[in-house]
Design a protein. Sequence first.
Length: 427
Amino acid sequence: MDIKAVILAAGKGTRMKSETTPKVLHEIMGKSLLGYVLDNVKNFVSEEFVIVGHQAQAVEEFVKSNYQNAHTVLQTPQLGTGHAVSMVCPALENYDGLVLILCGDTPLIKEDTLRAFIDFHTSHNSDLTVMSTIFDNPTNYGRIVRENDNSLKCIVEEKDATAEQKAIKEVNAGIYCLNWGKIKSAFSQLKTNNAQGEYYLTDIISWGKEQNLNVNAYILEDSDEIYGINSRLNLAHATKIMNRRNLERYMINGVTIVDPDSTWISEDTEIGQDTIIYPATYIEGTNKIGKNCKIGPCAHIRGGADIADNIKIGNFVEVKKAKIASNTNIGHLSYIGDSELGSHINIGAGTITANYNPLTEVKSRTVLKDHVKIGSNSVLVAPVTLEEGANVGAGSIITKNIPAWSLAITRSPLQVLADWVKMHISR
Ligand code: UD1
Ligand code: CA
């Protein structure tokens, strides 16, 4: 059956205390919160609708430039989560498939979990399924209220809950699956008679019960997955959870992580077997790292790196948007950006690819062919190409293309002034 996703991202995010960035565009290791949610649904839904409101323009731009099948729908003013979903009613007027509703501030949910959730919905012939989980401290979440026979009754928000309801530890994860044709009319019937005066999405549960529809809850075991980001503290905690999860996956797949406590690796990085990641290394964004590489200690890989096998990226080396062929060494203190490096290259300590011209704001490429050797403390001013086997003398500034197997060197001649020191020492 066709599945469409609705992602709620119009809220203000007051507790992030951010003037420059809407909440859902804050990042975990180089990817925005909304990016995680969109990536987790894009493989099994036909379209995504992102509800935008606060700082809508920035969110719209992000969605448009990164996700082809995603649309943004403006919600102004923001009258609650139920009102937010109702914004898609015109677009989905004649739609009769499934709608998966998620929040843009819940980046830890896994694709496999969402697939299992939808399977549960279909196999139970459910008309409406809500995801729930058990929290020891359920404060601030909506509570799942059940009937005596354990079937669902309703969801009650913290601010509307009685003391007895507040003791309930089963909470609403904020993820729903709807048979759209049967549930869509609920959105014109929601009321605002609650403590916050908002249209609550959660009220579709009791609405569904009243209509004698088949309403179910899917209980999520790993409650970390629905951890929501409301503050910078939450953001740091979620980054830790995400990182731990990623590092475990790499280690299980045969990558050595010397010190998991000081190593950060993004979800969208691929790493081959027998590669060793040394401490204090930070790898963000989307990257590919081959087999038998040695990365770090203290390396920074910033995204867009495509690193083949048997490569050494040493301490204080930063790599961004660079394709590097096998058996190449970048041992120490270097910056390699917007570059293409062949194999069997040696990059001396302190080599910089000067890729950015701040006057024109243009970034240019550096191309080094196989067997190039760069002496220490050299600057390669892009755009520039060094042909096969070219060598650069230490301390050089390379501003034009160098032919194959040539030596390029820019260096003022060495002067040795005999006894100069003795003559200048005052006794
Ligand atoms: C909501 C649920 C609560 C659940 C919790 C899970 C409701 C009424 N409550 O509470 O039961 O336990 O999520 O995290 O649904 N948003 C809009 N437009 C609006 C209001 C909100 O797009 O008008 C978006 C927000 O940007 C956010 C999401 O909806 O991404 C959830 O809104 P939020 O106000 O954070 O709801 P909670 O109080 O967390
Ligand atoms: Ca929230």
